[in-house]
Design a protein around this ligand. Structure first.
Ligand code: NAD
Length: 384
């Protein structure tokens, strides 16, 4: 496919604006031509409002739509970035895939697994180029770790992620008009976000899969619920998530994920264990383990030199979009570090963690959760 790639962005909210800013950079490099912006709330499409986030933004000749079907009928594009709340998907991705258009889907692909499976089927059938917005896969340190671990067996991962429930700041979906939270922070609301495990913990879950080049086989979870009297102000998502994963290759992992209120603080630590090494994120990315058995020396190997830039940050958001665009132009699938289909394991796992918690910590097999009639009630849309 020749450049520039003709593209559209659906959902010009918190994340959509970040994508827009990066895609403008790719437009300046003539890799893409932004053709359309789509959002049901017309004020989110106004130049003056977009400028509050992207001061240099100018509307140029972008076409603007508040209705996705109308956009699909009128415009011809090569790729669409889907950046809408995960409980709001209808047939947009399916209709887009049927037209042969490449798909960048933000995580979580939807809250409803049956819907995601239908999307994946059409994407596969039509051989659509696809990617899911796990930008941490493009982090230089994490890519290095993935490569270091590629010839090793990952026996154990321990990951702690601490962050506050308000860290998502401003949201742009008018949830107050849609039976959702009055303050628009839908990420703190269970029905809209599917819990913070689904909305945010999916990143950490996907990262473990990426490091280990493995899929998750089973999950067990125990959550600490937020006290009911706080739901009105802080949302009804749990305060803490304690989750254990079993990998297909036999290793295990623990993810502790916390979302207290009034705590504007983020921290993560990780311990990754192979049969003969312990990997840690220090000033540098290091592996402990004797490198030279004869001399019993060199216990610490530097895998990547610091400082480590914020892995969830803007640079990796730029990189994932750039790689997606290049992969389409150069017809090089290897530049895509995931696909819609192979990202389903990350989504199924976090949705299954919710179910495990609700069943008192029962171990749930991910393949069974994804496919068996036993779990079908947990995979269906609860939209009216
Ligand atoms: N990869 C990341 O680091 C990252 C970061 C933040 C958000 N996200 C994901 O991006 C998605 C959007 O989150 P957000 O923070 O931008 O939310 P948001 O509410 O700020 O923005 C969503 C936008 O989509 C629009 N919208 C809502 N329903 C729509 C529909 N049916 N069709 C078209 N547009 C619609 C809204 O009007 C709003 O402008 C979510 O899936 C979220 O999990 C990913």
């Amino acid at each position: 496919m020749s450049s520039p790639l003709k593209i559209a962005i659906v959902g010009i909210g918190q994340r959509g604006l970040q994508h827009l800013e990066n895609l403008i950079k790719l437009e300046e490099n003539e890799m893409v031509k932004i053709q359309s912006l789509i959002d049901p709330f017309s004020e989110n499409l106004l130049e003056k409002n977009i400028r509050k986030n992207i001061p240099s933004y100018s509307q140029k000749n972008y076409s603007l739509y508040t209705d996705y079907d109308e956009f699909l009928k009128k415009e011809e594009v090569d790729a669409v970035w889907f950046v809408i709340p995960p409980n709001q998907h209808k047939k947009e991705i399916i209709e887009t895939a049927k037209r042969g258009i490449s798909i960048f889907a933000e995580k979580p692909q939807s809250l409803f697994l049956d819907q995601v499976k239908e999307m994946a089927e059409v994407i596969e059938k039509n051989e659509i180029n696809s990617i899911v917005g796990f930008q941490m896969r493009y982090d230089p340190w994490y890519k290095e770790l993935n490569s270091y671990l590629s010839d090793k067996w990952v026996a154990s991962i321990t990951m702690y992620h601490g962050g506050g429930v308000e860290s998502h700041g401003v949201k742009y979906t008018h949830t107050e008009k849609m039976d959702g939270p009055g303050n628009r922070i839908w990420t703190a609301n269970r029905l809209w976000s599917g819990t913070s495990m689904v909305e945010a913990g999916i990143h950490q879950t996907d990262l473990m899969r990426f490091w280990a080049s493995d899929d998750i086989k089973w999950v067990q979870a125990a959550y600490t619920e937020r006290p009911k009297e706080l739901h009105n102000i802080e949302g009804d998502n749990p305060i803490a998530y304690h989750v254990t994963y079993g990998f297909k290759k036999g290793g295990t992992a623990n993810l502790i994920f916390t979302r207290p209120a009034n705590v504007i603080f983020q921290e993560r630590f990780d311990y990754i264990l192979t049969t003969h090494s312990l990997i840690k994120f220090e000033e540098n990315l290091v592996a402990y383990g004797i490198q030279d058995k004869e001399k019993k020396s060199n216990n610490k190997k530097i895998l990547a030199k610091g400082p480590h830039e914020e892995p969830m940050g803007n640079q990796n958001t730029y990189e994932i979009s750039k790689s997606f665009v290049e992969s389409i132009i150069e017809k090089n699938e290897k530049l895509r570090l995931n696909s819609f289909q192979n990202s389903i394991n990350s989504l199924s796992t976090v949705l299954a963690a919710n179910v495990s918690n609700s069943l008192g910590g029962e171990r749930i097999e991910i393949d069974e959760f994804t496919n068996s009639p036993k779990f079908s009630k947990y995979r269906q849309s609860n939209l009216k």
